[in-house]
Design a binder for this molecule. Structure first.
Ligand SMILES: Cc1ncc(COP(=O)(O)O)c(C=O)c1O
Length: 388
């Protein structure tokens, strides 16, 4: 649909840059074989693409060991690997109420079956956690701190550097969920004191679905919770200890990695910074205009300087899903509605009682004119309130 306005980029970026579709097609036809496992030419070519992509992403995270950049299916998969491999049975974890279910559910699981105790740091009225609040939560059995870099509901970017500094001080590993920020803003694991960062390929890194991963700083240890083929040292009875094999299992998604490679290069050519500026400019325009409509509530949108291009709102008197249905059916605007897999955010905002929010996630291909169309649509929907 040519005139569709797609505002669900926080779920997955769409469309992808043309080069992503083209490169996936040509690469997969030419060399879509198991990477790095055999000596024939196209096997080597696939292996080279894999290693080049590891290096590109390692550089982005300012890591110094490309082999510690491991690929998985998405950030949910990566976070499960990290959490299950870092949390000790009966141990203590500090996290926040901004987390996505990709963090919350693995932690709930560990609480239920392994006696893990979890503390949740709340966010303030502007949507930010205060590093000071972490201080009193560290205990002798704290084995992990895990924080969402930017909320997928309200878009606020959290103060990682200070939290990471505390983690160093208390000698507790620091895991960051960068699902919403990887590809939007710089993520320097050294500067931000991050030990492990989880990313997904299909959002701002502009790749396809089905690929994500971790960067694990040296000498942080993640125990492997799975085992299987690695393509090397096949006679070993146990899964390999060395990276990247330690955390990679079975044949990698080389088609997804090809798309991620092309998407990330496209982003670098275009300048990640300018894409982010474009998106934050659009979201400010939207927040400002929605703020002027009677009967519209925006959430944590007063201080937009530490935000990504994500904004939640509701039209008072309407459930989020009804607003979403009207936007879709009457205006051809695609937004996500509901809890966005982050139920604790809604408990804090009290939007759980009204079944969540309408979320706008802008991307590189959105325009100011589309934002204006959205504002017009919301104004019309708000004017329907109370009419039969
Ligand atoms: C903050 C956050 N964490 C984790 C995820 C999970 O990402 P994926 O579905 O790619 O595993 C998402 C995706 O919506 C997210 O926004």
């Amino acid at each position: 649909m040519d005139d569709l306005i797609y505002f669900d980029n926080a779920a997955t970026s769409f469309p992808k840059p043309e080069i992503v579709y083209e490169f996936m097609d040509t690469f997969y036809r030419r060399a879509g074989v198991s990477p790095g496992r055999s000596g024939y030419d196209i096997g080597l070519e696939a292996g080279q693409l894999l290693e080049e992509t590891r290096c590109l992403l390692t550089r982005y995270f300012n890591g110094n060991s490309p082999e510690r950049l491991v690929f998985s299916a998405n950030s949910t998969d990566a976070l499960n690997l990290a959490i299950s491999g870092m949390v000790k049975p009966g141990g203590h974890v500090i996290t926040t109420t901004l987390e996505h279910n990709a963090v919350l559910r693995p932690l709930y699981h560990l609480s239920r079956y392994n006696g893990v105790d979890v503390d949740y740091i709340p966010f303030d009225g502007n949507g930010f956690v205060n590093p000071e609040d972490f201080k009193s939560r560290f205990r002798s059995d704290t084995c992990l701190v895990v924080v969402n870099h930017a909320s997928n509901v309200i878009g606020t970017i959290q103060p990682l550097k200070e939290i990471g500094r505390l983690c160093r001080q208390y000698e507790v590993p620091f895991l960051v969920d960068a699902s919403q920020t990887a590809g939007k803003i710089p993520i320097d694991v050294q500067d931000l004191n991050i030990d492990v960062v989880a990313f997904t390929g299909h959002k701002s890194l502009m790749g396809p679905t089905g690929v994500g991963g971790l960067y694990v700083r040296n000498p942080v240890i993640i125990r492997h919770s799975r085992a299987g083929g690695t393509g090397v040292k096949s006679a070993a009875r146990h899964h390999l200890e060395e990276y990247p094999y330690r955390l990679e299992y079975g044949t990698l998604n080389i088609l997804g990695i090809a798309g991620l490679n092309a998407g990330f290069k496209w982003l670098l050519e275009r300048s990640m910074h300018s894409v982010h500026q474009h998106e934050t400019h659009l979201i400010s325009r939207l927040a400002q205009a929605l703020g002027q409509i009677d009967r519209v509530t925006t959430y944590c949108a007063n201080r937009l300087e530490d935000h990504i291009g994500v904004l939640s709102f509701n039209v008072n008197g309407f459930e989020a899903a009804s607003t979403g249905t009207l936007l879709d059916g009457e205006y051809n605007i695609a937004c996500r509605t509901g809890l966005h897999c982050a139920p604790l955010v809604h408990e804090c905002l009290k939007t759980d009682k009204i079944h969540g929010t309408v979320r706008v996630g802008v991307g590189p291909f959105n325009t100011a004119a589309q934002v204006d169309q959205m504002v017009k649509a919301v104004r019309e929907i708000a004017s329907l309130y109370g009419k039969p």
